[in-house]
Design a protein around this ligand. Sequence first.
Ligand code: NAI
Length: 303
Amino acid sequence: MADLKFDGRVAIVTGAGAGLGKTYALELAKRGAKVVVNDLGGSRDGTGAGQKAADQVVDEIKKAGGEAVPNYDSVATIAGGENIVKTALDNFGKVDILINNAGILRDKSIVKMTEEEWDLVHAVHLKGAFCVTKPAVAAMRENSYGRIVFTTSGAGIFGNFGQTNYGAAKTGLIGLMNVLNLEGAKYNIKCNTLVPVAASRMTEDVMPPEFFEKLKPEFVMPIVLCMVHENNQDAGLILNAGGGWYSRAAIVCAPGITIGDTKREITVEEVWGQWDKIKSLEGAKPLANVSETFAFLTPLLSK
Ligand code: NAI
């Protein structure tokens, strides 16, 4: 198989000073991309800031003969997002690839969670993705080309105790991706979402040590580079990756059942009586957009 090269491509990786993001930045640069290494260099809970994390990755890329520039803005504001994109435009003239990866944790069970913990996690993960993606899409439209990755989490799409803030913010990214794929289609902008499992400072106290050693971020990296390569024509995928396991997750819709004819009332008991059929996933499949739900409604609406 031919090498998947990134010559001439300009990539932004947020939170690329450590963990997963660092592996994407290093490999993209190794394969010819010019990379903006964004990281505000804070701690795992989002406190503090520093330039060292991004600088070290840029140094490593340059020592290996690649091209990269650091950026130290937080993704959590529009001003920060615009400056991250401006860093790419000023240094490399365009944006082809955006990997939304920056993240923090503030874990608590819901009754103990403060408003600040909820807001901060949303600011970095969900609003942060908006703040960087908005100016990046504006730049990508200029060249009718873009490949974007959002990073969700199994904690949200499947559930994990103590992470209501994180799970909600992470799952919100799937909605952002779905809508942006419709808006970006005519500009050849394709978005996909990653569900990673990897050893990093974020997971060091939630994974058993024997797993931790085996779940190298480097095993997640290849699927992310496939997602952002020009050969990839798929959009809207939600892909699990960890340790060498790669698979697709999806939001699906089942055909279900119909009751009544839209003219008569439907009782609570009628619905409860069909509960098993309503919750069945038999025949379920992903939908391309919300209009496809009308295929299920049409038999009722045309009565
Ligand atoms: P990490 O903590 O090693 O890396 C995250 C990086 O983001 C850090 O270098 C941090 O400084 C940076 N960052 C934090 N807030 C920022 C902000 N406001 N602006 C710019 N940079 C900021 O964590 P890891 O594991 O590499 O996580 C990467 C992404 O993958 C995160 O979005 C995380 O939620 C997600 N994820 C990771 C999983 C795992 O198993 N490691 C599981 C599911 C999701």
